[in-house]
Design a protein around this ligand. Structure first.
Ligand code: BTN
Length: 240
């Protein structure tokens, strides 16, 4: 296990922004920022991320050698979240491409990985996990839930943060050794998007088709209703 440095804060704008500032000041790898709440939590695709007390808001600073495979780094982070929840709650969450973690069909976790180019490329892996929130508000609240809402159990936020970091370190060592298949295969076993008819809304428009697989870079392969193959590297999936 590598050492890690968990810094806990009360209220911040976004833990990803705190982490970015620290990376620019050469914070060591595995510096992690945990906040009790965020005033400007950010999600993928310009969404905001509801960040009231009770959730986990964690950003981890990494300086990976393999910056061309960032999507797989994010896959690794979602696997670490999955494993931690499995151990703490004996539940089996699923993954929706690219890296949403779902419980009973509703989202409990999202990951936003951002790169920042200073002297060396820093990757900030930002993890938002709904743990103890009694209510989920905001625009995406219908499709979201928390571990508390699904189980009635109150979770230990700092304990989960530590577990996620430790499991992420295990997957990260595969990533740095370029054992990408190890990450991809495990990710595929938990992914509910593959083998389904789906709709993806992305910057390039909307595609409806059959999700046949992922590329080794983590992009989604879709066979369109017209039989044409399409590759998606971002987007919001809904299962038909
Ligand atoms: C998503 O849209 O699914 C990604 C959500 C990522 C939210 C986390 S919370 C911790 C970190 N700080 C942020 O501002 N965003 C990420």
């Amino acid at each position: 296990m590598m050492p890690y440095f968990l810094k806990s804060y009360g209220t911040v704008s976004s833990t990803n922004d705190c982490a970015k500032a620290l990376a620019l000041a050469f914070a060591p790898e595995w510096t992690a920022i945990l906040a009790r709440q965020q005033t400007k939590g950010r999600g993928r695709r310009q969404n905001s991320w509801e960040s009231q007390q009770g959730g986990l808001y964690l950003s981890i600073i990494l300086y990976p050698k393999n910056v061309e495979c960032i999507q797989l780094l994010t896959f690794a982070a979602s696997l670490a979240v999955l494993k931690s929840i499995r151990e703490q709650y004996s539940l089996k969450p699923a993954i929706k491409w690219p890296n949403d973690v779902l419980l009973n069909g509703k989202k409990i976790c999202g990951i936003l990985t951002e790169t920042s180019f200073g002297k060396k490329t820093a990757c900030i892996v930002g993890i938002g996990l709904n743990i103890n929130q009694k209510k989920i508000t905001g625009q995406l609240s219908m499709a979201a839930t928390s571990l508390y809402r699904e189980t009635g159990l109150t979770g230990n936020i700092i304990g989960l943060a530590r577990d996620i970091i430790i499991h992420f370190q295990e997957y990260y060592s595969s990533f740095e050794k370029k054992k990408f298949n190890k990450i991809l295969n495990e990710w595929k076993r938990h992914c509910i998007t593959l083998g389904k008819t789906i709709r993806v809304v992305s910057k390039e428009g909307t595609i409806t088709g059959f999700a046949i697989g992922v590329t080794k870079e983590g992009m989604l392969l879709i066979k369109g209703s017209n039989g044409k193959m399409r590759i998606c590297n971002e987007g919001e999936v809904s299962i038909r």
